[in-house]
Design a protein. Structure first.
Length: 141
């Protein structure tokens, strides 16, 4: 009878060790995929022409939230504007003044900036890759 109990405690310890290893693998997988997604978003920013000086692209970062999730984003105020588009209005001055590519100067009270999605499209385009990376990191593929 004592041998059976000892065997059960060894089995319980083995399952606990396996669960800890699974959590570590999951944390590594999620962080790895988050970093890959951030790199893919940065590449998309360059591809669609939002990469001018590099400030916006460099602001894309990955923050672990828990063992099973990370947040990929930017703290820049123009991030939402780039992703979804919208109207830009003059605030502290009567007009916005800017130069077009052909050299023409424009003076206006507001301008519409079209959306340049890069977060959403990147996730949609690369979802199979992220799934594969997750399964490989957990040794399930």
């Amino acid at each position: 009878m004592a041998e059976t109990i000892r065997g059960m405690s060894n089995l319980k310890r083995a399952f606990q060790d396996l669960a800890k290893q699974g959590e570590r693998n999951q944390r590594v997988a999620v962080n790895l995929i988050g970093q890959e997604y951030a790199n893919d978003v940065k590449a998309k920013i360059t591809e669609i022409g939002l990469y001018k000086k590099g400030d916006y692209r460099r602001s894309i970062h990955v923050e672990p939230v828990s063992n099973s999730s990370v947040v990929v984003g930017t703290n820049r105020i123009d991030g939402r504007q780039h992703e979804y588009g919208g109207v830009i209005k003059a605030k502290n001055v009567p007009y916005l003044v800017f130069q077009l590519e052909d050299g023409t100067w424009i003076r206006t009270k507001q301008v519409y900036q079209p959306p340049h999605p890069h977060f959403r499209n990147t996730m949609d385009e690369n979802w199979p890759k992220y799934q594969r990376m997750y399964l490989e990191a957990l040794h399930l593929a």
